[in-house]
Design a protein. Structure first.
Lengths: 193, 197
């Protein structure tokens, strides 16, 4: 202990805080703590934070992927709104896209084995919605005068569409009645044949 | 962790998720922090600034770790020094007086019995830089070890040892000159006259 230490030691005397002073400080601190943001541990995030964070991002990504898939699907099934293809050509096994397969069968031959005809759509437009496609199909069906079934597979078109009766499918045409006989059960997009 | 039984290091580690643990640190260390403030700024100011130290610590804890001794006091003293500097800086702006940025000499003088002692202490500490004087007082007034004082000031242990040795040597040389009536003795005389008037 030297002179400097003596001086420092003698100048360090001070009484402690009063209880009131400590209490006031504690009140001010508690108010600050209440207003202070707490950091949430990664493993204990609230459901709200989880939804607003990772799960919401996943949902957005999944939603975007769904929209993209729907757009691709719409492109595949899209059919031109104008008669861009003058004839329908049988292209069984062709890789041309989009293709439309239909189990076509004239009404006069409903109980015969079905014949599969493949049409090649060469000028598909991607801006067609399914509803528009169906509307066009119905319109084409109305314009069909009579069924013209060609054994060689060539199918006439009306306004760019196959004749309406070829849109019937075997599954929709046949039903089983109580008598055990098959009865026509047309489930067609357009007017009944 | 219940809080009251936890060590300072555990409390500091838990603060990011549980800021209310600062209340436990307050109950544990508020008296010591108050004395730290009162020695430098006087009791009235210390009462005002006590909560500010812990509130400032709330925002500082992401960057801090407890000292190796396990005590949070060095960290709190370091925050207290910054709070004091800010306080004195604001005082200087409002009062337009030249004042030490981390010391209220009146508060120090009040604890010394004789005028001569006040002058000698002022003269000895006046030759030191702010950081060297704070280092000397952390060890002399607060009883911190050199390593704890290093934590409080944010400097290395080696630098603390060197600076503390230098500060003591310079302060002692001033005191010796005053005792032998050397060139610096006029500091004590001027101070005594000033206080007497």
């Amino acid at each position: 202990m030297n002179t400097l230490d003596d001086l420092i030691s003698s100048s360090s005397r001070t009484s402690g805080a009063t209880p009131d002073g400590l209490a006031r400080g504690r009140v001010a601190l508690d108010a600050a703590i209440a207003a202070h943001p707490r950091r949430v541990a990664p493993g204990s995030r609230s459901a709200r934070a989880y939804w607003s964070g990772g799960l919401r991002k996943q949902a957005v990504i999944i939603g975007a992927a769904g929209v993209a898939a729907a757009a691709v699907a719409a492109t595949v099934i899209a059919i031109p709104s104008s008669p861009a293809h003058p004839t329908g050509t049988k292209l069984a096994g062709s890789s041309a896209r989009p293709t439309l397969k239909t189990a076509a069968k004239p009404e006069t031959a409903r109980r015969t084995p079905t014949t599969t005809v493949t049409y090649s759509i060469t000028a598909a437009k991607a801006d067609l919605t399914a509803a528009y496609v169906f509307a066009q199909a119905a319109k084409g069906a109305k314009g069909a005068k009579a069924a013209q079934y060609a054994p060689d597979g060539s199918v006439p078109l009306v306004s760019g569409w196959p004749r309406a009766r070829y849109w019937h499918t075997v599954e929709h045409e046949l039903g089983l009645s109580r008598s055990g006989q098959h009865q026509p059960n047309p489930g067609w997009l357009g007017p009944a044949p | 962790m219940t809080g009251s039984q936890a060590s300072d290091a555990e409390l500091i580690a838990g603060l990011p998720r549980k800021p209310e643990l600062m209340g436990v640190l307050y109950e544990r260390h508020a008296p010591a922090v108050f004395r730290y403030l009162a020695r430098r700024a006087g009791r009235p100011v210390a009462e005002d600034l006590l909560s500010e130290v812990f509130i400032a610590a709330l925002s500082a804890f992401p960057r801090v770790e407890a000292h190796d001794s396990g005590s949070a006091l060095p960290w709190l003293y370091g925050i207290g020094l910054n709070v004091l500097r800010r306080h004195f800086r604001q005082q200087q702006l409002t009062r337009s007086v030249t004042r030490d940025f981390a010391m209220d000499w009146d508060a120090v003088d009040d604890r010394l019995d004789a005028w001569a002692e006040r002058g000698r202490l002022r003269a000895a500490l006046a030759v030191l830089t702010d950081s060297d004087r704070e280092l000397l007082l952390l060890v002399g007034w607060e009883g911190l070890s050199q390593a704890e004082a290093a934590t409080a000031l944010g400097i290395s242990h080696g630098a603390t040892r060197v600076r503390l040795h230098r500060a003591r040597k310079r302060a002692l040389s001033v005191l010796e000159k005053l005792e032998h009536g050397g060139p610096d003795a006029h500091v004590t005389t001027l101070y005594a006259k000033e206080q007497a008037s």
